[in-house]
Design a protein around this ligand. Structure first.
Ligand SMILES: C[C@@](CO)(OP(=O)(O)O)[C@H](O)COP(=O)(O)OP(=O)(O)OC[C@H]1O[C@@H](n2ccc(N)nc2=O)[C@H](O)[C@@H]1O
Ligand SMILES: Nc1ncnc2c1ncn2[C@@H]1O[C@H](COP(=O)(O)OP(=O)(O)O)[C@@H](O)[C@H]1O
Length: 286
């Protein structure tokens, strides 16, 4: 039996450059791994793929991304055997934190190890991209510029470990819905991806915080005003910056110290019904 961990992500920036012929959007975004993880325990079997999940309402069937990742490897490498997987989810679902992609990435790595396939990172990323745009990033982790539909990656220096408070409101947002609505609405502000890369290279957290920008934020806020309320609350409690991650609805705040992060978290727990986490940014997958 092996145990594989996968970290969630936040988007420090998210820009949309246009619509592609394949229906996806051309993006340019700075992605950042965070220390909030799901765990997959995996065991080789002679039988089919089996999956259990600690979240009763999340279907553990062939549509689940963990299952699909195992099935893809099994099919691609004509494996006779199967795998028994126990998925422990801590990353909230449909939250803009790439939970499903994290699980798929963990299972791809796990299958590679269990079946001694010796697949390169490039190959794993190519397989991952077939299942979801964010999966290659989840395989590699750290701080990256992500372009194409999200699968073209450029490694950036790891952001110096930074305290992050997450507040996930009790609503879910569909990624497809957010992208679709962006087409009708557009965005006023766009991120400066060149400058943020320079500040990341200098390791200047405060400057990085000043450059957070996500073009999907106004789309999701239009439907769920609670997101702008959470942002304001985090700023009032001393966050360096606060923004929605991905297609939302999770709001994150960057804090200069653990004390500030804890203060923001306590305030969010006392004044909202959000799920609140205090974690740090993490580096690349080892
Ligand atoms: C918005 C982001 C930002 O990191 O994250 P989440 O909010 O999902 O965490 C990602 O772009 C999400 O990536 P991922 O969740 O892997 O998306 P996919 O499964 O590939 O696509 C889901 C749907 O989103 C839309 N989509 C996704 C990526 C992209 N570049 N253009 C799109 O238009 C498509 O409608 C697609 O059917
Ligand atoms: N292992 C998984 N964990 C979470 N969601 C999954 C998983 N497999 C499939 N899904 C589906 O993917 C959708 C998006 O979930 P998730 O990846 O958590 O969010 P996001 O795309 O916002 O980061 C969910 O609504 C769920 O139906």
């Amino acid at each position: 039996m092996i145990k594989v961990e996968g970290n969630a992500k936040i988007n420090l920036t998210l820009d949309i450059l246009g619509k592609r012929p394949d229906g996806y959007h051309e993006v340019a975004m700075v992605m950042q791994s965070i220390g909030l993880s799901d765990t997959v325990e995996m065991e080789k079997t002679d039988g089919p793929i089996e999956l259990t999940i600690n979240v009763p309402w999340l279907k553990a069937d062939e549509k689940n991304l963990a299952w699909r990742a195992a099935a893809l490897i099994k099919e691609e490498y004509k494996l006779a055997g199967g795998v028994r997987m126990k998925l422990t989810k801590r990353i909230p679902v449909a939250a803009g934190l790439a939970g499903g992609s994290t699980d798929a990435a963990a299972v791809l790595r796990g299958m590679n190890e269990l079946y001694a396939l010796e697949l390169s990172e490039e190959r794993l990323c190519e397989l991952g991209a077939r299942l979801g745009s964010d999966i290659p990033f989840c395989l590699l982790g750290g701080t990256m510029l992500s372009t194409g539909r999200g699968e073209v990656l450029k490694r950036l220096p790891d952001l110096p470990a930074t305290w992050v408070v997450l507040a996930k409101p009790r609503i879910s947002v569909s990624t497809a819905w957010a992208y679709q609505n962006y087409d009708e609405q557009g965005a006023k502000d766009h991120p400066d991806n060149e400058r943020i890369q320079q500040e990341i290279a200098r390791g200047d957290r405060k400057a990085v915080a000043g450059l957070l920008c996500n073009v999907l934020e106004s789309v999701t806020i239009k439907k769920y005003d609670v997101i702008s309320q959470y942002k304001q609350m985090m700023m009032q409690q001393g966050a360096m910056a606060s923004m929605m991650s991905g297609s939302g609805p999770t709001v994150f705040g960057l804090a200069e110290s653990k004390e500030t992060a804890d203060r923001i978290a306590t305030h969010m727990r006392e004044h909202t019904d959000a799920y609140v986490y205090v974690i740090r940014t993490t580096g690349k997958v080892q």
